[in-house]
Design a protein around this ligand. Structure first.
Ligand code: ZN
Length: 238
């Protein structure tokens, strides 16, 4: 899975000097365009259900249609964008409260157990990778909250997927991957608190992993998911 990159929004301006090889630049342009559209979806600048016009994005991002269509195809695969015959692209509709409850139910059934198993089979190498993926580098530091939020959504997906990978059940991992829970959940609310508190909870998980404490890892994951659910459920009361 790809990692998030900071300050993506400033990077689709043409490079000066032309030092990077053309192919490399093209690959990076596709990434930047993807990041830019992803950030708009996460920040609800493109609200759930809204039409997405390729021509508008061409103007806004000052790039050709090709990287935009490529990015939209990728976002479609991630469940964030829907393509309808003869209509074109739109942002995926917001999940319902019932679906939200079901998603957290599913996560609470599976993820604490997998966190316990991950703690039991934790290697130094995996712990290092998890520490790098937990998103704690996104904490504070005066970074623009609005830029940080989509990055954390991405990072959170990577962190939880990595725990499932270390947990060692491929079917559980696939099942949760296919739900794209993180993207749907993060789109519910755009709030700095979501990031700060979740990072504290990620640190608690890392501590349990570091001490290979199975019960503590299970508990830390359960607490993290329950708090995450409680932070986000008010989005349905608006
Ligand atoms: Zn998390």
């Amino acid at each position: 899975m790809r990692s998030s990159r900071p300050h993506a929004a400033s990077r689709y301006l043409p490079e000066e000097g032309g030092l990077a090889p053309a192919v490399h630049r093209a690959a990076s342009l596709a990434e930047e365009v993807y990041d830019a559209i992803f950030a708009r979806l996460m920040a609800l600048k493109i609200p759930p259900g809204a039409r997405i016009t390729v021509d508008n994005l061409v103007r806004e991002l000052a790039v050709s249609q090709t990287p935009i269509r490529e990015a939209l195809g990728r976002l479609e695969g991630e469940g964030l964008v829907v393509k309808t015959h003869l209509v074109g692209y739109s942002a995926a509709p917001q999940i319902t409260r019932a679906r939200f409850e079901e998603l957290y139910d599913l996560r609470l059934l599976l993820e604490p157990e997998m966190a316990g198993r991950a703690a039991a089979s934790m290697t130094d190498q995996a712990l290092e990778a998890l520490t790098g993926a937990a998103g704690v580098n996104l904490r504070g530091g005066g970074a623009d909250e609005r830029a940080r939020y989509p990055q954390f959504a991405r990072q959170d997906a990577i962190f939880h997927d990595m725990i499932l990978e270390v947990g060692g059940n491929g079917l559980v991992r696939e099942t949760l991957t296919h739900q794209h829970t993180h993207f749907h959940i993060f789109r519910l609310m755009f709030h700095a608190l979501v990031t700060e508190e979740a990072l504290d909870e990620h640190e608690a998980l890392l501590m349990a992993f570091a001490s290979r404490d199975v019960d503590a890892a299970r508990l830390a994951m359960r607490v993290h998911l329950e708090r995450s659910r409680d932070r986000l459920s008010p989005a349905f009361d608006q």
